[in-house]
Design a protein around this ligand. Structure first.
Ligand SMILES: Nc1nc2c(c(=O)[nH]1)N[C@H]1C(S)=C(S)[C@@H](COP(=O)(O)OP(=O)(O)OC[C@H]3O[C@@H](n4cnc5c(=O)[nH]c(N)nc54)[C@H](O)[C@@H]3O)O[C@H]1N2
Ligand SMILES: Nc1nc2c(c(=O)[nH]1)N[C@H]1C(S)=C(S)[C@@H](COP(=O)(O)OP(=O)(O)OC[C@H]3O[C@@H](n4cnc5c(=O)[nH]c(N)nc54)[C@H](O)[C@@H]3O)O[C@H]1N2
Ligand SMILES: [Mo]
Length: 707
């Protein structure tokens, strides 16, 4: 919607300074440039909230480093020598290479990829499915997709918190929404619910800001969430606080599940989780007896070996307390009627024999149900042709060298082992420096799209183009549309990529021209749908015992296993790496590895920080602000110490996403120096179903650095 005044335009759109964020904003345009970002008070999700990253994005939009032209490598890989090329040459080269690899080694030898959720992903799948590769590498194995996959396996979409119906109790479980504002819900939704008096339980190894207002804080040992959830459910069952009617009518396997709960006496749970049993009992009672109660989960619970066990245990906790699909509980929202999600991606075009070639599909079987893979299977295929040779990667919007576990391995593979690598990004990064072909992507201010089409809160929004792209940058969906055509699939793509938006909106009698001026579309929430429809599982009910998991050779019910690196390991190991490390606490000023270029955002958070208890620090002679080394069996990185007594003495927490745009991007030592993923591992043992990696709850040592 454009509201023109004499020399100014205010254009309503959706902020994507957080890739999968989505606050409603107005962008003010003067003389063809965006000069201001203002909150949209009418936006039904963000409700007038915006954060620093929205305003800081103006630094990014007009930053001199931005990629503005396609370029190809001319020197050795990683040497930083490039030649500018035309779009036609760039896309022809890319399509020809992909078709060459397909002809020689099969389409599966090309791995497509993308980073965290953005609005163009359906195009990545459309291209990869038509092209014939089942392999698309994303962070989904340990971020959000495990929740989606296990919910689907249980016969439903992921149940989201229904903040607008005002829960009377909220558990923030491994989720720090005031900082992260992720996906469907923003911090403002939680803040308003708390302001209106909801009880609040925080389950987090760190005393976050949320704890200040909380009624109860369970400071658990990282990666032990599934054990804690089982302990809470044991209390709820023992004290008969569960919803017997729901269990009787709509579930199967509850008796077996109750037997499993007997393996979690509170003494054991306390020992595993470090949470005193009195607090476990109190949390269970508050959550089970305050109606309605909502459970807000986050990636804090997913980035470890117990990922899916925690996810499914939390779904059971919601369900057995009668909080599933009820107003103010966790609700299954749907897309606005007539809109469909899956079709656009054309999964039905991927031949069955190609689908069967999904890397790791025989090992991580839950991931395979939603076509997601864990990174090591791609690296193994590149390094050892196991189970076949992967020759090329085409990666959109991912600073993989930074965001992916075991960065040194990723560096070696991208630099020395992969035959062909194309990267599509807004900025040059240490990852694009390793590419053979780099394509410049337009920013979210520079293209139209249907925002939140892939989310499950029941809304879609027009995300309007605000200004034309800088230089020759093109939006990702424009690039993918052209690539699809060049690969030989003209009939599935459009003359003008914006026609794809009409294609999506057509079944509901809209087109982009009409939709772009609408505030949003919403599905009216419907509750307790299971009473009429049941669950989309084999039994038609919610199964507490997952036969599919059993068939796959996994545990049919949630349990707990020690992480591969833990204080339980052999004495020699624990002596060398005595501290538990959590990585990736979100930073207010930055999204992933982005925004380090913004002077405005960098000013108040210039350096990578690791939180450490003051006693742990003083034992090592470390003071506030000192540079320290953090070491794991994979390597060593350099951070500044932030003394923080809100963390257990045995635990430290380091930020992720750090690289240094102001330094030489081709200097791997500089760029990996504070990359926390140098310390994490891509290999197992991993979560059996999804291959979720252990980014939280690994072991490390910290020492003071000389300078
Ligand atoms: N140790 C550790 N590692 C983690 C995590 C953790 O907690 N700890 N978190 C993990 C999680 S949850 C996730 S989701 C991943 C995130 O993984 P990624 O999404 O790969 O994260 P980034 O490194 O931020 O890379 C995003 C890249 O996209 C570029 N970009 C921004 N906008 C656009 C656009 O519109 N188009 C294109 N083409 N490019 C764009 C940016 O410049 C940046 O280089 O990281 C994971 N890595
Ligand atoms: N500002 C900003 N916002 C972001 C991002 C960003 O980089 N910056 N990244 C986006 C992405 S990709 C994602 S996935 C979301 C994530 O957003 P959330 O799901 O809200 O996750 P985090 O903010 O990482 O908060 C996780 C919390 O879990 C805690 N935690 C760590 N380990 C454990 C554990 O083992 N168990 C439990 N219970 N808690 C644990 C951490 O201390 C932290 O406070 O945020 C998104 N929003
Ligand atoms: Mo994420």
């Amino acid at each position: 919607m454009k509201t023109d005044t004499e020399d100014k335009q205010r254009i309503r759109t959706i902020c994507r300074s957080c890739g999968h964020g989505g606050c409603g904003i107005y962008a003010v345009v003067e003389d063809g440039k965006v000069t201001k970002i203002q909150p949209d008070k009418e936006h039904p999700v963000s409700k007038g909230y915006t954060c620093k990253k929205a305003h800081g994005f103006l630094d990014m939009q007009y930053h001199p480093d931005r990629l503005l032209y396609p370029k190809k490598r001319v020197g050795a890989r990683g040497e930083g020598k490039w030649e500018r090329i035309s779009w036609d040459e760039a896309l022809t080269t890319l399509a020809d290479k992909m078709n060459q690899f397909k002809a020689e080694s099969g389409a599966e030898s090309v791995v497509m990829g993308h980073g965290t959720g953005r609005d163009f992903h359906r195009f990545v799948y459309r291209v990869s499915n038509l092209f014939g590769t089942p392999n698309v590498l994303t962070p989904g194995h340990m971020c959000y997709l495990p929740r989606i996959a296990i919910s689907k396996l249980m016969g439903m979409e992921i149940p989201m918190v229904d903040y607008d119906s005002r829960p009377k109790c909220v558990i923030s479980w491994g989720a720090n929404h005031l900082i992260s504002n992720p996906d469907e819900n923003k911090g403002i939704n939680l803040a308003q619910t708390l302001r209106d008096g909801a009880k609040h339980i925080v389950i987090d190894p760190r005393r976050t800001k949320l704890v200040d207002r909380a009624d109860l804080w369970l400071q658990l040992r990282p990666a032990t969430d599934s054990a804690l959830a089982m302990g809470m459910m044991k209390v709820i069952v023992d004290e008969e606080l569960y919803d017997k009617d729901f269990i009787e009518k709509y579930t199967t396997g509850f008796d077996k599940f109750v037997e499993r709960l007997q393996e979690f006496p509170l003494e054991r749970v306390e020992k595993i989780t470090w949470v005193p049993k009195e607090k476990i009992i109190e949390a269970a009672r508050i959550y089970a007896t305050t109606k309605p109660a909502a459970l807000q989960w986050g990636v804090g619970i997913e980035q470890n070996i117990n990922c899916v066990d925690a996810d499914r245990a939390l779904i059971y906790l919601v369900a057995m307390t009668g909080n599933l699909d009820v107003p103010g509980g966790n609700v299954i929202f749907g897309l606005p009627p007539g809109l469909t999600r899956a079709e656009f991606s054309l999964f039905n075009k991927l031949p069955a024999e190609q689908k069967d070639k999904l890397l790791g599909g025989d090992k991580y079987k839950l991931g395979a149900t939603i076509n997601r893979i864990t990174p090591h299977v791609v690296w193994d295929a590149i390094e050892n042709a196991d189970p076949y040779q992967v020759r090329a990667m085409v990666v959109f919007a991912s600073n993989s060298l930074n965001a992916r576990e075991n960065s040194k391995r990723v560096y070696d593979i991208l630099k020395n082992k992969l035959e062909f690598f194309a990267a599509i990004d807004v900025f040059p990064t240490p990852t694009t420096e390793l590419a053979d072909l780099v394509l410049p992507a337009a920013t979210w201010l520079e293209n139209d799209n249907i925002a939140d089409y892939w989310k499950v809160h029941g809304f879609v929004f027009p995300r309007n183009l605000v200004v034309e792209p800088e230089g020759e940058a093109r939006s990702d969906h424009m690039i993918l549309n052209e690539l699809g055509r060049k690969l030989g699939f003209e009939e599935y793509f459009w003359e003008d990529y914006n026609d794809s938006l009409d294609h999506i909106l057509e079944p509901i009698g809209l087109n982009w021209e009409k939709f772009k001026d609408m505030p949003y579309l919403q599905t009216e929430p419907k509750y307790r749908k299971y009473e009429i429809e049941g669950f989309a599982s084999d039994s038609g009910k919610l199964d507490f015992y997952l036969h599919k998991y059993e068939e796959w050779g996994y545990d049919p019910m949630p349990s707990y296993v020690e992480p591969p690196e833990s204080p339980e390991r052999e004495a020699e190991f624990v002596e060398k790496y005595p501290l538990i490390l959590i990585t990736g606490q979100r930073i207010f000023n930055y999204f992933g590895s982005e925004h380090r270029q913004s002077a405005y955002l960098r000013k108040s958070h210039p350096d990578p920080l690791v939180e450490i208890h003051s006693e742990t620090a003083s034992q090592r002679g470390i003071k506030e602000g000192d540079w320290v080394s953090i070491e794991s069996p994979r390597g060593k990185v350099k951070f500044r110490a932030k003394l923080f007594d809100g963390i257990d003495k045995r635990v430290v927490s380091a930020e992720f996403g750090w690289w240094f745009p102001e330094k030489d991007r081709t200097d791997a030592d500089e760029q990996l120096a504070s990359n926390i993923n140098v310390l994490t591992d891509d290999a197992g043992p991993l979560d059996p179903g999804m291959g979720a990696t252990n980014l939280k709850g690994l072991m490390c040592q910290i020492e003071k650095l000389a300078s």
